[in-house]
Design a binder for this molecule. Structure first.
Ligand code: 13P
Length: 251
């Protein structure tokens, strides 16, 4: 019994006013849907306003990143407890764009994940292979290394606060979704790996989301796969209508 998660990663888009317009339009479109954990991840500067706007709704708030220290001389960083303070219940960690452009490694992802979990946030931990890695048949070894490194040292109990997102880098923002079969294959691999690294009940319970060009017309096929428990949506989450159509895949 894994409750599906549909999360919208707004990346570096939208002012506070534009973010509010989006979420206010979204709220009534998903209001009846209690079978899905619906999450939005605006830019840091919009978190507080969006938190006010979603009060009493079935939408949860995520940040797109965090630091691993609680406080200190770390100019520009934001601690997990401050994300809690502003109303976040979730945080995205190790998105491929952070790995690609901001030097994130499995080690930093691991530190951030541990810090987020111990602050009581749900960490959405991202992994995914590059096109060249897929083409050279390294997908499984890359994913194994990322999962092992990113989740190293977590306790079984921590998994109540861990969500995994598989986002093949070649499918992000390209309109080139992984086929249902390609995604399922990697999700099943990740679940088996979690069984080996942790245990069966952790693996049975952990939600594994797919990300990469998820749209209203492909979400049903993806969600019908046994090991796909939700979606991390970029471009299609920037419009209320398309994100609602994805979040409402079950109704
Ligand atoms: P797109 O849905 O735009 O491909 O982005 C996916 C993503 O990176 C979500 O985190």
């Amino acid at each position: 019994m894994r409750i599906p998660v549909i999360a919208g990663n707004w990346k570096l888009f939208k002012t506070i006013a534009e973010s509010l317009d989006l979420v206010n339009e979204l709220k009534p479109l998903v209001a009846g849907n209690h079978g899905v954990e619906i999450v939005v991840a605006p830019v840091f500067t919009a978190l507080s306003s969006i938190n006010d706007a979603i009060k009493g709704s079935n939408i949860s708030l995520a940040a797109q990143d965090c630091y691993w220290e609680e406080e200190g001389a770390f100019t520009g960083e934001v601690a997990p407890k401050l994300l809690k303070d502003v109303g976040c219940s979730h945080v995205i960690i190790g998105h491929s764009e952070r790995r690609q452009y901001f030097g994130e490694t499995d080690l930093t992802v691991n530190k951030k994940t541990k810090a987020a979990v111990s602050a009581g946030l749900k960490a959405i931990v991202c992994v995914g292979e590059l096109l060249a890695e897929r083409e050279s048949e390294q997908t499984f070894s890359v994913i194994e290394k990322q999962i092992q490194g990113s989740l190293a040292g977590l306790a079984v109990e921590d998994f109540a606060h861990v969500i995994i997102a598989y986002e093949p880098v070649w499918a992000i923002g390209t309109g080139k979704t992984a086929t249902d079969g390609q995604a399922q294959e990697v999700h099943a691999f990740i679940r088996k790996l979690i069984t080996r690294l942790f245990n069966q009940s952790v693996a049975d319970a952990v939600r594994i989301l797919y990300g990469g060009s998820v749209k209203p017309d492909n979400v049903k096929g993806l969600m019908s796969q046994p090991d796909i428990d939700g979606a991390l949506v970029g471009g299609a989450s920037l419009k209320a209508e398309t994100f609602a159509a994805i979040a409402n895949f079950n109704v």
